[in-house]
Design a protein around this ligand. Structure first.
Ligand SMILES: NC(=O)c1ccc[n+]([C@@H]2O[C@H](COP(=O)([O-])OP(=O)(O)OC[C@H]3O[C@@H](n4cnc5c(N)ncnc54)[C@H](O)[C@@H]3O)[C@@H](O)[C@H]2O)c1
Length: 334
């Protein structure tokens, strides 16, 4: 069986997801593309023989040649498009965050539960990164003891064009909220946020320093700096009772060149997480074909990441620690 995938939004991420499909994912093919800018949709579709360009997202979602939908449009469009996929009973992989507001996240949960079938996966692809997966396996294995702290660094050479100080908390650091919660196996219950002064190279947004606490007392600190200029740099170290685990340099080859000795960096997230994006796609396609559960983030996980982001916004505005409760996971998402 080969399923037809439709991509909505053919910018940086939509084009990268299309490339993954073009390079070959067993059981799937790119069947359609739609973008608010038709020329972008044409350019991405042109690389796959037979891929159709749709004039509107509604037409793509409703078309019988489209079995599943990947949403890579801007955050503000996620909720409406995801709800349309649920209404058509079509599986959807929605780029993170799940929605731009918590009310929209809750509406997606409500409609997915009402439909009675799990259809939504959120593009928190770090759950598929071999480094984070090894960290989770190590912690679950027990020999490291309890997790005490997790230190995270998330730096972009150049911020995406839509990045504001708020978006650092709601669009960038959400990756850390999701993957740290996945590894620790706990939601967060408290947030504190401090904003250093902006870099003079990007005076309109500030880096963010976030501290999250779990109910059992583990602490996660996250530095999120979107204008570091030198390369894309994601780090994580998990500190446990008996030892630590840290992500290895990526790419993993040490180089000596031009009087330097060390590890190179990727220019952006697409190269750093190339395996994660590919494996996320494979797992999602497998889920669509077989109906089996994926380790990918559910709509509930997407809601929790956005609720954590909301608490971080509140904590920054208050200049104080904010306690919060994301609520009990519905049995539907067990
Ligand atoms: N998972 C990740 O690591 C990751 C990385 C970057 C971005 N993202 C997410 O992916 C999404 C897209 O980001 P991007 O960097 O590709 O942005 P982008 O600006 O490069 O691309 C967005 C595209 O969507 C189109 N568009 C705008 N409104 C639309 C609508 N209503 N319907 C259809 N198309 C529409 C635009 O014309 C553009 O081509 C965002 O939600 C972002 O948060 C995820």
């Amino acid at each position: 069986m080969t399923i037809g995938i439709g991509i909505i939004g053919a910018g940086i991420m939509g084009a990268d997801h299309a490339r993954i499909l073009q390079e070959g994912v067993a059981g799937a093919r790119l069947a359609g593309v739609q973008d608010a800018d038709p020329a972008r949709a044409e350019r991405v579709a042109a690389l796959t023989p037979g891929a159709q360009v749709f004039a509107t997202a509604a037409q793509l979602i409703a078309d019988p040649s489209i079995d599943a939908v990947l949403i890579a449009a801007p955050d503000e469009a996620h909720a409406q498009l995801t709800l349309a996929c649920i209404a058509h009973g079509k599986p959807v992989l929605c780029e993170k965050p799940l929605a731009a507001t918590l009310d929209d996240c809750r509406e997606i949960l409500k409609r997915e539960i009402a439909g009675g079938k799990r259809l939504v996966q959120v593009g928190y692809m770090r759950r598929f990164d071999p480094g984070y997966q090894a960290m989770k396996r190590g912690l679950d294995g027990g020999s490291f003891g309890e997790a005490l702290m997790m230190h995270c660094v998330h730096r972009n050479a150049v911020a995406p064009h839509y990045t504001t100080s708020d978006a650092v908390l709601t669009n960038s650091a959400v990756h850390e909220y999701d993957v740290a919660r996945y590894i620790l196996g706990e939601d967060f219950a408290a947030a504190t946020v401090i904003s250093p002064r902006p870099s003079r190279k990007a005076i309109n947004r500030q880096p963010q320093l976030i501290v999250l606490e779990t109910p059992s007392g583990a602490v996660v600190d996250i530095e999120c700096f979107m204008d570091c200029t030198y390369g894309y740099d994601v780090r994580a170290e998990l500190v446990c009772e008996n030892g630590t685990m840290a992500l290895a340099p990526n790419p993993p080859v040490a180089v000596r060149l031009d009087m330097r000795d060390g590890f190179g960096l990727n220019p952006d997230w697409r190269g750093r997480f190339v395996e994660a994006y590919r494996d996320q796609m494979r797992a999602w396609v497998n889920t669509v074909i077989t109906g089996q559960r994926s380790v990918g983030s559910s709509a509930w996980d997407g809601y929790v990441a956005s609720a954590t982001a909301e608490a971080c916004l509140e904590a920054r505005a208050a200049g104080a620690k904010v306690r919060f409760d994301v609520g009990k996971r519905p049995d539907f998402y067990a």
